[in-house]
Write a protein that binds this ligand. Sequence first.
Ligand SMILES: Nc1ncnc2c1ncn2[C@@H]1O[C@H](COP(=O)(O)OP(=O)(O)OP(=O)(O)O)[C@@H](O)[C@H]1O
Length: 690
Amino acid sequence: MMPPEQETTATTSTATSIQPGNIPAANWSENALVHAEPSGTSTRSLSIDVSTCFEDDQMPDQLQDQANAHRFSILHQSLRPITLKFEDVAYTIKLQTNKGSCLAPHEPKPTRTVLNGVSGVVRPGELLAMLGPSGSGKTTLLTALAGRLPSKISGVITYNGQPFSSSMKRKTGFVTQDDVLYPHLTVLETLTYVAMLRLPKQLSKQEKMEQAEIIIRDLGLSRCRNSIVGGTLLRGVSGGERKRVSIGQEMVVNPSLLLLDEPTSGLDSTTAQRIVATLRGLARGGRTVITTIHQPSSRLYRMFDKVVVLSDGCPIYSGHAGGVMEYFASIGYVPGFDFVNPADFLLDLANGIAPDVKQDEQVEFHGRLDHHGDHNSTKQSLIASYKKNLYPALKADIHRNLTDPVLSTSGILSSRGCENRWTTSWWEQFKVLLRRGLKERKHESYSGLKIFQVMSVSILSGLLWWKSDTSRIQDQVGLLFFFSIFWGFFPLFSAIFAFPLERPMLIKERSSGMYRLSSYYFARMAGDLPMELVLPTIFVTVTYWMGGLKPSLLTFVLTLLIILFNVLVSQGLGLALGAILMDVKQATTLSSVTMLVFLLAGGYYIQHIPSFMAWLKYISFSHYCYKLLVGVQYSANEVYACGVGRECRVMDFSAIQFLGLDHKWWDVAALTVMLVGYRVLAYLALRMGH
Ligand SMILES: Nc1ncnc2c1ncn2[C@@H]1O[C@H](COP(=O)(O)OP(=O)(O)OP(=O)(O)O)[C@@H](O)[C@H]1O
């Protein structure tokens, strides 16, 4: 085996000499070489960083070289050349009609064709760009090629001759137009967690972290590596940097197929150039790269190997980028200037603007840009020319199986296809997701406002119920009921936000096969637990002793345990409602109705509920909690001062008589069923939603 340095050099020469269509030797470091940081190659700068950990001057280089070679070889193994072919892809959507629309109920909903007969071939080593005006269907086509379009499309899309599969999912990187990122994590944390979750388990933790560092350097994010990503309500890194973090999240795993939606939008031309150069470097390393792009400069355009140009969902060109001008000249469309950006020319054509008609002239002669007829006829003529001149050759290329060098490797691919579904173990995923969740929600869980809210209510209730002994049994029972209700409402309303707010992230990460739903779910449960339990513990400790409840340590501990149990049940219900409805507004409304019912049916306010409504209390966890709290606070033989010099039995007090002090284990069993039931329900709702 060649030493890594030589290996890198060899690959560089491969990278520069490769022709699209050939399969180059994949080497991750190569993209860094395509546009290295001023300090040198990523590999070299990485060696310098790591070498600071060693005392011996000779050893670090050797060890580092070995580590790099190991990482490159693992990443190289995970790389599979993918030939993506799509033929006659069409997609139609049903348009939403307003409720008041005059359509008869039996009339079919109006439809709109978003894509119509789009075909193309992209091979490993190639960078394909999709061009077209806004709304021409680029994102829809890209989403379809990434296997992420929820509705059915017609046409055929194959990956090395196979349909999209879950193993393909893991080899595909998809960068969406909107950046879905955790706002409170730093750039480094964001990429490191992705590396931990998505890189193969053969790589050590250190190697995964180094991989994240390399991406940070390659994407020019070193300056903001420790800044938080931010979001709409939280100022973090700039929009362009955020976009690069999104790209980095996909690059970190060395995907065999990389699809990007508008990766350069909002970036300055130098950064855009750098990103496209990175993409080309990735393609040259044996990957298949597809990107949509708005208005690329001619410098950017020159870096594309192939282009697909869409006009209202129909292709007007699909083939080599270098052959565009020649093709359009052959069908009579020649730009009016000698030096024209091919991308501008293509976009004009896709908009139906023929090169000999200049817009300012139209305004001059007609006073307005109203040439729909002309534009449509130009578009129709271009679509017809595509079908006549390009489509037959493209179709032949798509069906060229045996002579295709890549398809001969598809056998290797399918024999390797029975690899493990997940790149990391359940436990590893759980640990990383737990750590990430704790970091991301630290500000929320330990928010001063939340702590203030709980502390102020606890002190206020302690003062209101100040030293209420059994002679004020009505007040004491009231305090116990308040415990059950407050710690029913509070966790419920915190928990309903959990899944609806994380939904976009969950969809994105799950659709790239990053982790199991169960590891995410358990990590979320475990991450929320500390604060969910700490706050009620503080609350009960303060209020119990201030409120003058039974001064017994055992009773206090039992009271606390019952409330913590209640908190977990209530949190479970909140999670289930959030996961089922996936809409914070709806879930909040339903939760308030549910809690109101539980409050009324709990047995404190109404003791003579009509028999046809009496069942309500059996579904109320607050009722069981309240009953248990009263049950541990008082014993059946206990007496209390019910007047001057008079003593009454606790059991004769009407509220306690109604509840009863026996069958406590039944109450515990009912709460246990709810605790498990709500959480299983939440999990099933999440699973069905994905
Ligand atoms: N689910 C949908 N519901 C309604 N309209 C849709 C849906 N999906 C796509 N469309 C429509 O299809 C057309 C193509 O959308 P698409 O997002 O693919 O365009 P685009 O070329 O990527 O546009 P842009 O460059 O502005 O992002 C648009 O007019 C869009 O409104």
